[in-house]
Ligand binder design. Sequence first.
Ligand SMILES: [Zn+2]
Length: 215
Amino acid sequence: MKTDTLAPRLQVVDLCLELSRRGYFSGTGGNLALRIDSQHFAVTPSATDYHTMTPDNVSVLRLSDLTQIQGDRAPSVESSLHARVLRARSDVGCSIHTHQPIASACALHGRSIPVPGGTMRAALGSNIPVVGYAPSGSGWLAAKFARKLRPHINAYLMFNHGALCCGTSIDDALLHVELLERLARQRLREQIAARAASTPRLRPALSRVLATLDA
Ligand SMILES: [Zn+2]
């Protein structure tokens, strides 16, 4: 390929460190993709600690068939998931899959989250859908995800697993990760409060959970 890929590979390293710093990536959990041009994208390597990762470890793949062009490690097992997003949404420049704590807790519920109007809806879309469960890294998961993908919906829950957020740029995708976590926290707080109101004997335990959530 003609494009110099060092800059996007460095951006991937920086973004992983930022996601770790904010508590959305931990150890080797989570992965992301960054579009380089119309035919290529950079993706995090498989099973690599983000604190020791170098730009050489970041893979560059061909979007059409996932052929590895660069990178000294195997690409993330979720490369085909990210490729589905990048192929279906030409507006998307960056796709981030996390096991972010609160949104992942909501993903255990398996219920979609309506997004309140205003800034949050303008950024994330009207509703956060849930993609049904399939094993991590499987073509089955990527295919299920592709069926749920919609224009203007920039955050998705993956049942019993985690979340995926996308955006036009790195900053945009990172903002959507933050907003999804904030929305998920609100949603969980409402559900816990409703349960405490309907079940008095659970109130002390539920108020402790609420305190943890607000900490
Ligand atoms: Zn995952």
